[in-house]
Design a protein around this ligand. Structure first.
Ligand code: HEC
Length: 154
């Protein structure tokens, strides 16, 4: 019976998408993020907060797949390194709030998610990396990061 249920649920397969990336909209294009900071963010956060998710094998197996897909959908909805524009882009108030949250989440250790790091030890952040992220979010908030405005933002 249990086996039947496990087999049956495999047929419900929520889509594992990697939507296309517009290079103009990435956090690298929209902010003045230094290369080493964007590398750290993509490494540690990119699976849930970018459109370049590396889907692990267990994301194929229900019911874990349902959790993984919903996490990535939710994560992308909050912060998307591949598409920074809906989160604010140059509209500074919204972007600034999000930058503050990024620093808060890594400082408090709430991100990356605790259940993710045992399987992705490489996503763990060192104290120096956390400092690096917060130094950047702060300088970006203070406006040393006004990325060139696109026509659509004017
Ligand atoms: C395993 C997936 C996963 C990873 C890895 C991950 N996140 Fe998240 N993140 C989520 C999910 C799911 C949410 C939405 C639910 C929540 O707020 O906890 C979220 C929410 C957030 C939020 C919004 C919080 C709020 O209150 O609005 C921020 C900021 C954030 N993450 C930053 C990061 C940063 C920075 C990293 C890397 C250092 C990271 N996350 C790594 C899944 C992830």
């Amino acid at each position: 019976m249990v086996i039947l249920v496990i087999v049956a649920i495999q047929f419900y397969r929520p889509a594992r998408t990697n939507p296309p990336v517009d290079p103009q909209n990435t956090i690298q294009s929209q902010t003045h993020i230094p290369l080493e900071v964007s590398r750290v963010l993509y490494r540690s956060c990119g699976d849930c907060h970018s459109n370049q998710t590396l889907w692990p094998w267990y994301s194929e197996v229900a019911p874990v797949s349902w959790l993984v897909v919903s996490d990535v959908d939710e994560g992308r909805g909050k912060v998307n390194l591949s598409d920074w524009t809906p989160q604010g882009g140059n509209q500074s108030e919204k972007a600034n709030r999000l930058l503050g949250k990024i620093c808060e989440e890594v400082k408090s250790g709430d991100m990356p998610e605790w259940y993710y790091t045992p399987l992705h030890p490489n996503a763990r952040l060192s104290p120096a990396e956390i400092q690096l992220i917060c130094n950047w979010t702060q300088s970006e908030q203070q406006g040393s990061g006004t990325a060139p405005k696109k026509d659509s933002d004017k």
